[in-house]
Write a protein that binds this ligand. Structure first.
Ligand SMILES: [Ca+2]
Ligand SMILES: [Ca+2]
Ligand SMILES: [Ca+2]
Length: 842
């Protein structure tokens, strides 16, 4: 009796406490449905404001609010200054987290305290010294709200009704540039036409008490302030990736506690997050393992069973299988269970039913993987061909970009993380035209530069695809002479060959014209870097002539005074030259018989760069007191590729001299290169490799213990999709050469992860691939349209400290979760081709 009474009392007390926000073990404030994070993710400064930092609120499972901090703008843009967190203190006794923030540029310090008070948090700004004069009236307490979760929702400010706009249509004023707070590294995004003025949005509303999303209990939040005026802004007036911003200006001349807000996110009583049933949207072949991973709220009680339902040809449904739910356990903030329906092998259309939750439908069929790479090869890749006009049916994706070519970059610390040293390392003077570079190459990612390292990987990925799988697919018309690409129009040449040619054309031009590889061919001005729209309109296509006035065009119509020409960053990097030498050797092999002239040029550059880079590496001062590891012999991959291309013994000797040490040091990271060598080596090599492959198999087993999905899950500031793809590719190759060690079953793990069996949601990360539900929005160069480019592969699950994975599918603008890169997407083509090759009936 007493024990029962005790339990009831305890439960009641726990329930009562659960109503209030409490500071949990992971150092954030929590109640069921509401997490308030205080600088668990500080501003890092890599690309400045990444919309991922400061005070953040995860509201009923969705991170809808971030950017809570002292900021210097009504609606901060990506390159506006962010504060550096100089300290963070968790005070459990007072239910408070305090952070100190500093703006170095202005010698401006402030502190923010966040204290849980019942169901709300109180956010206060403290100053020891008044706001510095240049920032008076500019510095304020900001909090940002995710537009896609708040637009069209109703709000009230001091009792006045309003509705949050679907599109940026509020009002702005312009102010003199002298009043604009400095931007990151002295960049300027606000006045590309030289008007002398910047745009400042006007508030949508002002007052002291606001409730947002009064018509949606999942998003409802109330904020009031007695000591400061609240202003509501729409950040999309300045930039498509802006958020709604709530803001209070810090008072002039005051110290101590200067602004206080009370913030109460509504929690739906009894709310439990819907189960997320992870499964492959692409479907399953009959004889592969089929295990759904079900992600559950910690407060959710797992059911004992789930069902696989079959949709019959006449529209009726029947239960095909009922099976036990097996517990996997906790992984970060959720709890995981599994539903294994591998024993169902009959081809058909199915869905999973778990309690009240059902998935979309999917196929079990021997052909489900047949088309997994088609959207990427037929649509995504050709759209990313630079220096070409790209057409599809009635639609032009882009005109021919950068007709004026590329200038020698002057010394600079670039916004896309490139650097040009004081010396150009070329025969060109800063801002002199380097001829011949506006040919071939692929756009990097969501932007339009040619990252040389990535483009080298792209060509290598296509060559590997070509040599291993010989895809004859021809869906793309490519005319280098007309600089014209037409999608879905076969021209008699396998597309992969044309892609190899296109990449090689730019890279050979770099080697020939510059003498070595550029680190990048990129935008010269920031206003062009954040360009969204037709690539052909980034620059004016006219040569820059500094003797003309800005925007003036010369009498002959061939040059202009607009400094928009792209730059080539040419600081010499012998490691990059090595990589290029490798790729050129392979390209010359692949292009022989198709474009002999280009094959010849590639081989010439390969030999020259190899020789020069070897010499440069030898003479390079040793770093950190260590000698250069490979003594100028080039890395493993380089030697392997050069051996494959030339069959010269020295490269084989170099490879053999390094591979076993490298495998001993790190078998996991070296495995792919070791496997790539198998076709060129003898049986003894394969035998010696076996124990390392066994070690790799053990590594695969440990992954299944680390997380419920059995793939390497990255926790970095860019989601780990690339590592999952590399892992999947290595597993496929290891199975190909060592099927007795690497079981066929494990080759499907990466596919399942990509196509929907992952945390947060169960959408496929590959645009248009995954019949029932591929992701709908990506950070492509058409992201402002909330759209995608078919075949793009998202980086996927972005981890936010301390325990949250996310992938927005209604908001494309967070690159770390939604951007696809040219190197990553061509890696996907290898993975997909290797997987198809394994499952294809032989
Ligand atoms: Ca880039
Ligand atoms: Ca073709
Ligand atoms: Ca120009």
């Amino acid at each position: 009796m007493r024990k029962a009474f005790f339990i009831i009392t305890l439960t009641a007390a726990t329930l009562c406490q659960a109503q209030d926000l409490r500071l949990n073990e992971r150092e954030y404030f929590e109640r069921q449905g509401v997490n308030v994070l205080v600088f668990s993710n500080p501003f890092t400064g890599g690309f400045n404001d990444e919309k991922n930092s400061g005070i953040e609120i995860i509201h009923h499972g969705v991170r809808t609010i971030q950017g809570g901090a002292v900021r210097l703008n009504n609606t901060p843009e990506q390159w506006d200054l962010v504060p550096r967190m100089t300290s963070r203190r968790v005070d459990r006794e007072n239910n408070t987290i305090e952070v100190a923030l500093r703006y170095e540029d202005y010698d401006f310090d402030s502190r923010i305290t966040v204290t849980a008070k019942g169901k709300a948090v109180e956010i206060s700004v403290w100053l020891d010294k008044p706001v510095p004069e240049p920032l008076a009236g500019e510095a304020g307490l900001n909090l940002e709200f995710l537009p896609s979760q708040y637009w069209l929702k109703t709000f009230t400010m001091d009792g006045r009704l309003g509705r949050l706009p679907r599109y940026a249509t509020s009002q702005t004023i312009t102010r003199p540039n002298s009043e604009k707070p400095r931007q990151f590294k002295g960049f300027r995004t606000y006045d590309d036409r030289g008007t002398g003025r910047f745009i400042d949005p006007l508030p949508l509303e002002k007052g002291h008490s606001i409730s947002l999303a009064t018509d949606d209990p999942e998003r409802l939040i109330s904020i009031h302030s007695d000591d400061a005026e609240l202003q509501l802004f729409d950040g999309r007036m300045l930039a498509q990736n802006g958020w709604y911003v709530l803001r209070s200006i810090l008072p002039k001349g005051k110290t101590g506690k200067v602004v206080t807000w009370t913030v109460e996110p509504h929690a739906i009583p009894g709310w439990i997050r819907q189960p997320n049933i992870g499964f492959s949207q692409v479907g399953y072949i009959p004889n592969q393992p089929k295990v759904a991973v079900i992600e559950l709220d910690k407060a959710d009680k797992p059911l004992s069973s789930a069902q696989l339902m079959r949709i019959n040809g006449d529209g009726t449904t029947t239960q095909a299988f009922k099976g036990d739910i097996k517990s996997w356990g906790p992984f970060f903030k959720y709890n995981y269970v599994k539903f294994d329906f591998s024993q169902v092998t009959q081809p058909g259309v199915y869905y999973i039913q778990y309690g009240d939750t059902r998935t979309g439908d999917f196929l079990i069929d021997s052909h489900v993987y047949d088309k997994i790479t088609d959207a990427t090869t037929d649509v995504w890749v050709p759209i990313h061909m630079n220096h070409m006009y790209v057409n599809e049916g009635y639609r032009t994706w882009h005109g021919e970009p950068f007709k004026e070519g590329y200038l020698q970059a002057p010394e600079s610390d670039h916004f896309d993380l490139h650097r040009q040293g004081a010396s150009t390392d070329t025969k060109y003077k800063p801002l002199e035209l380097i001829p011949g570079l506006n040919i071939g190459g692929f756009f990097d990612a969501g932007d339009f530069d040619i990252e040389t390292g990535s483009n080298i990987s792209v060509v290598q990925n296509f060559i590997r695809t070509w040599e291993l799988f010989k895809p004859q697919r021809d869906e793309t018309f490519v005319s280098q002479q007309q600089r014209y690409v037409d999608l879905h129009r076969p021209d008699g040449v396998p597309d992969v060959l044309q892609f190899i040619e296109h990449g090689t054309l730019n890279l050979v031009a770099q080697a020939e014209q510059i003498g070595h590889m550029a680190s990048t061919l990129s935008n010269s001005i920031l206003d062009n870097y954040h360009h969204l729209g037709d690539a052909a309109s980034i620059t004016d296509g006219l040569h820059y002539d500094p003797s003309l006035k800005p925007y003036e065009v010369s009498a002959d119509g061939k040059s202009s005074g607009t400094p928009d020409d792209m730059w080539a960053f040419t600081t010499r990097n012998p490691s990059l030259d090595f990589q290029a030498a490798t790729m050129f050797a392979a390209a010359s092999r692949a292009l022989k018989g198709y474009n002999d002239n280009l094959a010849e040029r590639a081989l010439t550059q390969s030999k020259r760069l190899m020789e020069e880079a070897t010499e440069l590496m030898k003479n390079r001062p040793a770093r950190n007191g260590r000698a250069n590891r490979n003594n100028g012999r080039g890395d493993l991959g380089t030697n392997l590729q050069l051996y494959a291309a030339t069959k010269e013994q020295q490269y084989l000797d170099n490879f053999n001299g390094q591979i076993w040490n490298a495998l001993d040091r790190n078998a996991i990271n070296t495995m792919q290169t070791a496997l790539d060598a198998v076709p060129y080596m003898d049986e003894a090599y394969k035998q010696r490799l076996r124990p390392y492959v066994e070690r790799y198999a053990a590594y695969i087993d440990t992954l299944a213990l680390q997380n419920p999905y059995g793939v390497p899950i990255g926790l970095g500031n860019w989601a780990g999709g690339g590592s999952v793809l590399s892992f999947g590719t290595t597993v496929c190759f290891a199975h190909r050469y060592f099927p007795d060690i690497i079981r066929r079953d494990v080759v499907f793990r990466t596919a399942e992860w990509l196509y929907g069996c992952h945390p947060y949601h169960n959408y496929s990360f590959v645009a248009v691939v995954g019949a029932a539900r591929p992701k709908q929005v990506f950070y492509g160069n058409n992201r402002a349209d909330f759209s995608f480019i078919p075949g793009n592969v998202a980086p996927g699950l972005l981890f936010r400290q301390p325990d949250h994975f996310e992938n927005f599918d209604d908001w494309p603008f967070l690159w770390g979760q939604n951007e696809g890169t040219i190197a990553g997407n061509t890696q996907y083509i290898i993975f997909g081709s290797a997987l198809k090759d394994i499952v294809m009936p032989k």
